[in-house]
Ligand binder design. Structure first.
Ligand code: BV8
Ligand code: ZN
Length: 316
């Protein structure tokens, strides 16, 4: 049903002019957000069906939260690692990978850390991870530079085994699986409406404290390891930003595809204006119609619906 509804929406939108324009495009940029992975069953941070609507993921995706309670933050990330490993790339991920193979002047900036674009065989030299990866790990010791990529161990430490802790971080009540979440962390957080009100260092919360020994340890210095993602308040990887800026400045841009993002996190969201200022037309694919991107200088095409259905349609 949803697919036909999406088809109807695509048919009613000026797909003809978009496909005509796309044929003449060479330099194309894509900005991906959590919405592209929603079709793979992974919850978004905000918007339709967000798993973290009940509590604000941004309150856990910070260095302060990790310093305050590394056990809690590791349980949050262990759960997301587990979910991402259970998920499969969807047709949107594959369509973008295919476009990359066809067009070496097409680069993708993804805000997502779930690894699904990589698993869709997206050419890595054209895929820019703005916010890192759930499967990169690095040491927190000041003098130690240990890190490792593509660590798909699940659970990454026995104490973080999700089945044992499913009562902690089980799927949200809105989760597609429909499982009734019996989640003492979620209950604790929901009791206080949103995590913003939840002081995660508040020892009264019935959240089992994991000791540092329970958490991933550095093989070099025995220090505490952390997820290799960019937290709020942390800078994005400079080498990635430089690579993107060089591409942007090298010639005018024909098109930016803005797919499944609330465009609310910076500097990632800023690339829409950057592309527009370098001549790009803007196409937005989003489940919700009141898109911030539409507000700002609007967009040239807007396709409303599931990216997993629309993206392969409009790129074929
Ligand atoms: C930094 C990794 C500076 C962790 C994430 C201006 C300039 C610079 C910074 C700022 C600024 N203003 C504010 C800031 C600070 C901050 C920020 O942007 N805050 C926001 C909340 C206002 N930015 C930062 O802190 C950044 N760092 O700027 O550092 C600096 C410089 C030098 C030295 C020190 C510091 C770092 C930001 C990175 C944070 N990390 N992820 C993790 O994942 O746990 S961001 C996180 O949010 C995810 O990556 C996620 O992708 C991202 C953005 O969200 P979206 O992807 O858009 O997802 P969302 O749920 O919001 O929306 C989903 C959309 O999909 C919705 O629109 C929905 O309608 C749609 N949808 C749903 N289902 C579907 C769908 N669409 C299509 N199909 C569907 N099926
Ligand atoms: Zn170390």
């Amino acid at each position: 049903m949803a697919a036909t509804a999406n088809k109807a929406i695509i048919a009613s939108v000026d797909l003809q002019s978009f496909t005509e324009y796309l044929k003449g495009c060479r330099r194309i940029l894509a900005l991906l957000g959590a919405g592209i992975s929603a079709a793979s069953g992974l919850p978004t941070f905000r918007g339709a069906g967000g798993l973290w609507r009940h509590y604000d993921a941004t309150s856990l995706a910070t260095p302060e939260a990790f310093d305050d309670n590394p056990g809690l933050v590791w349980q949050f990330y262990s759960y997301r690692r587990h979910m991402a490993l259970q998920a499969q790339p969807n047709k949107a991920h594959y369509a973008l990978a295919e476009l990359s193979r066809r067009n070496k002047d097409f680069i993708t900036l993804t805000q997502n850390v779930d690894g699904l674009s990589q698993r869709a065989q997206h050419p890595l030299e054209q895929l820019n991870l703005l916010h890192g990866s759930l499967f990169d790990i690095k040491c927190t010791s000041f003098y130690c530079n240990y890190s490792r990529q593509n660590d798909f161990t699940d659970p990454i430490a026995p104490a973080l085994d999700i089945p044992k802790h499913s009562s902690l971080l089980g799927p949200s009540k809105t989760d597609k699986s429909g499982e009734e979440a019996s989640n003492s962390l979620q209950d604790a957080l929901e009791d206080k409406a949103t995590a913003k009100d939840v002081d995660i260092s508040d020892t009264n919360n019935p959240i089992p404290e994991l000791t540092q020994e329970d958490l991933p340890q550095c093989p070099k210095c025995n220090g505490l390891l952390r997820p290799g993602v960019v937290w709020f308040g942390e800078p994005l990887p400079t080498d990635t930003l430089e690579k993107i800026d060089n591409w942007v400045e090298s010639a005018p841009i024909d098109l930016i595809l803005v797919i499944g993002t609330s465009s609310s996190v910076y500097p990632a969201a800023g690339y829409v204006d950057v592309a527009r200022n370098h001549g790009a037309k803007v196409v937005v694919v989003n489940m919700e119609k009141d898109m911030p991107t539409r507000g700002k200088g609007a967009c040239d095409w807007f396709f409303q619906g599931d990216a997993g259905v629309i993206v392969p349609e409009i790129l074929k």
